[in-house]
Design a protein around this ligand. Sequence first.
Ligand SMILES: [Fe+2]
Ligand SMILES: [Fe+2]
Ligand SMILES: [Fe+2]
Length: 414
Amino acid sequence: MMLYVDLLMALSRSIDLVDPYIGSHNKRVAYISGRLAHSLGLQSSDITKIVVAAALHDIGVLKESEYKELIDLRYKGGIDYHSIVGYRLLDTCEITKGIAPIIKFHHVYYSDKNNYNEVEIPLASEIIHLADRVDVSINYKQDLLSQKNSICSMIQEHSGEQFNPEIVKCFLSLAEQESFWFDLQFNKVEKKIKYYIFYNAPLTLEQIHSIAMLFTKIIDFRSRFTATHSSSVARISRELGRLCNMSERECNMLDIAGHMHDLGKLAIPLSILEKPDKLTPDEWRIMKQHTYFTYQLIDEIESPLFKVINEWASFHHESINGKGYPFKISGNMLTIGSKILAVADMFTALAESRPYRTALNDDEIISILQNAKDSALDGKVVDTLLCNYDYLKQIRTESFCNSLKDFSLLFDNI
Ligand SMILES: [Fe+2]
Ligand SMILES: [Fe+2]
Ligand SMILES: [Fe+2]
């Protein structure tokens, strides 16, 4: 049984990969927010909602460079770019719709709260704002307890102007506990967050799929070159599954695996993903890490369903002849789902433009797939694709157009 908070926490771990310098920022802000919400005496359902929102609060930061200006304590963003992108992203999914408005206002100053046309700034946004500024003020390379006084003074100094005084008071009393700082310093937050999750609910396969589409957006929309990739791989995988007589449930799982197969690309710098040239051997080694990270991220989701989805998603660069990466699994050990993902991924990638080449034409795609038969790709799955080439090409084009629409809906008029 997949629980919704567990899957959203996996999403949080994934967005924390975008900037290695800021580390587990979203997770730590979730922990601080949970403690504040609890100390403020809020209802357990509200505490859960705040922790989940905080764990995803910077989901709108899709590029590592965007973090640079956000790490100043006095950053005055208001409803800024990443807050709107985060709001729009979460608003597209039924499960996360309720927390979207919290994200929209998480950089609004307390003294500006009446400037937003009668819209009341949620208390949750104010809590996350303070938790977020505390986290960016900490130097994690030094002892945390020694920073307590200076951080408390800075927060207190801006009480009533930047921060809600009631939350400041609550933070100052929380900061008296050495354990609060030790939890952050010794990376105990993941476990401690669980104390503030009072409500969790099972997800249907359809709901998991809608969250998988959120994963896709944060993976693909980092770069316009990949903006349509995972959604197309998902659609093609589902169709190939159907053509290979897999069950409806398995086809849904293939779709989810397609959405998540390049999750590990979040850990790959954009300078490599968008390089308009061939990768150097060093860059290629880094690129090869992406399926390894996909595997590790999905592996942390405790669910038998995701154990299967993980194999299908993470083995998409393994080869029938055992020469793929990163696990060097050979054909007889690869399941049909993994083989389908590999074919769908290659077919989709060849039909898309890349920074270093334009999209290939049908003859070129067919010839590359033919040549990869029984060496890199499973022969039967390739044959299934080639026998249905025009139909699958049409599916890919449809998916491509839909993703481009989603891409502009997300970023237009900010
Ligand atoms: Fe933020
Ligand atoms: Fe943040
Ligand atoms: Fe990949």
